[in-house]
Design a protein. Structure first.
Length: 246
């Protein structure tokens, strides 16, 4: 949890932000195959030929081969403005203006206690149908972010910068027939479902947990049988057969 505030005109709203997403992957340690001992990572200086303590490490930018400009943590902290510690709203936009590809991490934004200003801000967003574009610093990284209403409350999404988003050059569309399009639409409609997050389980992590339990019981991990699928090259045939199997 991080304590901060939303800066909105002359209004300052104290809030807490909590990460919504957590890593659910099973954690493995790296071991020496021979003796099963944990591998350690040592910070080592090849020039001085000795292990280096964290307190003796500084940051350096290589502007030419083997030539560095160094910056201390204090110098980096001096670059931050005081108001960057807040979530400073720049303006309000429509959600449809933002491609989801730019959204990075999600945080739940909530007041530390009952807050009239916070409740008013949420209601104003609801009434206008807008989302807020803001800027802030989390840890040491500068972000632009969105503040938007969801069923869970007020959510902040940090954004990638344009130069961080690498979209390859798109291949031009191929031609298709009206009948092929009709079949594709029919197939999509026949596979309509509702989005239920509870139904989306991490199948791979479940397999790993089962494998670990099996190994604890002295059993071998067997490779599952791969389901054979037909390789149908003709698009029309593939669409027609897919509809039959729905």
């Amino acid at each position: 949890m991080k304590k901060t505030s939303i800066s909105f005109g002359l209004v300052n709203i104290p809030v807490n932000i909590n990460p919504i997403i957590k890593n659910n992957d099973i954690s493995f340690n790296q071991l020496h195959k021979k003796c099963l001992s944990r591998i350690k990572y040592i910070k080592y200086c090849p020039h001085c030929k000795k292990e280096v303590k964290q307190a003796d490490i500084i940051k350096g930018y290589e502007y030419e081969k083997d030539d560095y400009i160094t910056l201390t943590q204090e110098e980096l902290n001096n670059l931050k403005e005081e108001d960057e510690k807040t979530i400073e709203i720049i303006g309000f936009i429509d959600i449809k203006e933002v491609d989801p590809i730019f959204m990075e991490k999600s945080y739940l934004v909530s007041p530390p206690s009952k807050s009239k200003a916070f409740s008013l801000f949420k209601e104003a967003l609801k009434e206008t149908g807008k989302i807020a574009l803001a800027k802030t610093i989390i840890s040491t990284k500068f972000y632009y972010c969105l503040l938007r209403l969801t069923d869970d409350g007020l959510v902040m999404n940090t954004l990638y910068f344009l130069e961080e988003v690498n979209i390859p050059e798109l291949v031009s569309d191929a031609k298709f027939t009206k009948k092929e399009l009709d079949l594709a639409i029919e197939l999509i409609n026949s596979l309509k479902i509702k989005f239920i997050p509870e139904d989306l389980i991490d199948e791979y992590q479940i397999k790993i947990k089962k494998a670990l339990d099996s190994k604890l019981e002295g059993q071998k991990i067997k490779k599952p049988k791969v389901k054979q699928t037909k390789n149908i090259k003709d698009l029309m045939t593939a669409l027609e057969m897919s509809l039959k199997n729905v």
